[in-house]
Design a binder for this molecule. Structure first.
Ligand SMILES: *[C@@H]1O[C@H](CO)[C@@H](O)[C@H](O)[C@H]1NC(C)=O
Ligand SMILES: *[C@@H]1O[C@H](CO)[C@@H](O)[C@H](O)[C@H]1NC(C)=O
Ligand SMILES: *[C@@H]1O[C@H](CO)[C@@H](O)[C@H](O)[C@H]1NC(C)=O
Ligand SMILES: *[C@@H]1O[C@H](CO)[C@@H](O)[C@H](O)[C@H]1NC(C)=O
Length: 379
């Protein structure tokens, strides 16, 4: 039986644009498809979506300063973004997240082609990132999800950090786009986006990010902790490159089995980077960059720094977060002449099993400050 919206519970009302497969009395079974749209959809969504097995977010306008919260969805729920989902600016500041899809399993979260999640970043960008006078919202919280897929999601103009993946197991993110090109202003002149990391990953395992296109002003990927993480077929442009770290000093300080492959890092401060925090403990092990092309890197093509975050600028690196297993294979490309091709700054005995093959990074300066370069690597 196909029923009309008038048979539905009043609170869903016009939120139900899609047809409903079946009902029993006034109770909608978990097979329901529910559409939330326009300026009324947000309130309707917050009144209840627990009976929806398919959620369509269609041209939704989220009120300024609010989180679009899709937490604790029924396992197996599909969430589809269609059209433009708008998260407006608020001058009173907001820490976010703008969107949270957390604490569930077997979810499929997808963006239809030409759909976009618009974060109004251009109204927040002041070149100061998280340090500015107005609190800026982080975008997309993906915490404690298992066996889930995020596909085809496009984010436009994120105020600061974009996707936080934490406490997840077996999550695949495919064909993700972050378009923060408009934030490429000169931050020293008080303009542009800052701290706009695309993917921040912590305490997660079996994560695959495939086919991401990232245009931003901070890390393309930053992994603080986690195991079995793959980033492939990606493009990172305008930001700080593909990074491990900074590792150490948090509750989880192990990064293990990471693969970055078949990707391009263009017009970025760094290419491949591992940062461990000064005076902390932890472990970084089995990190591989394979078939990675660097283009116009401005600071460091390849860098390993075990003195990160020290208050004194010339602090010696420390060895509490050893890096055991750092493989580079077919990592090539250019650094601008103002930059440095390779920089290695290791603690005493804490860089081991470096295996570099077909590493050809040129155009920048040769560093004279490398410290304790392990065998298998060079500077
Ligand atoms: C990982 O998640 C996908 C998507 O739900 C699922 O098809 C697959 O079986 C999961 N893999 C494991 C090892 O559980
Ligand atoms: C090292 O990481 C790779 C993924 O890059 C994985 O395939 C391999 O099994 C790991 N090696 C060990 C010894 O765990
Ligand atoms: C090296 O990596 C590039 C991508 O940067 C790829 O096109 C090329 O096929 C790779 N070469 C080998 C021998 O795998
Ligand atoms: C790298 O810089 C050169 C010189 O400015 C420019 O011609 C080229 O297009 C740049 N490459 C990329 C990928 O932007």
């Amino acid at each position: 039986m196909k029923i009309t919206a008038s048979l539905l519970p009043a609170f869903l009302g016009s939120a139900m644009a899609a047809s409903i497969p079946s009902t029993s009395g006034n109770h909608i079974k978990a097979s329901s498809s529910c559409t939330f749209s326009g300026s009324t959809g947000f309130d309707l969504l917050n009144k209840g979506h627990s009976s929806c097995q398919e959620i369509v977010i269609s041209d939704l306008q989220v009120p300024a300063g609010k989180t679009l919260s899709l937490d604790k969805l029924n396992p197996g729920t599909t969430v589809t973004f269609s059209g433009k989902t708008t998260f407006p600016y608020t001058s009173s500041g907001f820490a976010g997240p703008l969107l949270s899809i957390s604490s569930s399993s077997k979810l499929t979260i997808r963006g239809l082609s030409s759909s976009v999640l618009y974060g109004s970043g251009e109204k927040y960008w002041d070149g100061l990132g998280q340090k500015g006078p107005i609190k800026k919202p982080k975008f997309f919280q993906v915490h404690n999800l298992e066996d889930s897929v995020i596909e085809g999601v496009t984010i436009l103009n994120a105020p600061v950090q974009v996707m936080s993946i934490n406490g997840c197991k077996n999550l695949t993110v495919t064909s993700f786009t972050l378009d923060n090109k408009a934030g490429d202003g000169d931050w020293k002149a008080g303009k542009g986006g800052r701290n706009t990391d695309a993917f921040d990953i912590g305490s997660s395992s079996n994560i695959v990010i495939d086919g991401a296109k990232v245009y931003n002003q901070d890390d393309c990927v930053a992994i603080n902790s986690g195991t079995d993480i793959t980033f492939r077929n990606g493009l990172c442009s305008g930001g700080h490159g593909l990074s491990i770290g900074s590792v150490g000093g948090r509750s989880d300080n192990t990064v293990k089995n990471v693969l970055f492959e078949n990707s391009v890092i263009a017009n970025s401060e760094n290419g491949a980077r591992i940062k461990t925090n000064y005076g902390t403990t932890g472990l970084v092990s089995n990190i591989t960059y394979r078939n990675v092309k660097l283009q116009n890197i401005t600071k460091y093509g390849i860098m390993v720094d075990q003195s990160y975050g020290s208050s004194s600028k010339n602090a010696s690196p420390t060895n509490g977060v050893p890096i055991t297993g750092f493989t580079l294979s077919n990592v090539t490309g250019n650094v601008l002449s103002s930059g440095t091709n390779i920089f290695i700054n290791c603690g005493d005995g804490s860089c081991k099993q470096f295996e570099w093959n077909q590493v050809d990074v040129k155009g920048g300066k040769k560093s004279s400050k490398c410290l304790r370069v392990p065998s298998g690597a060079w500077c």
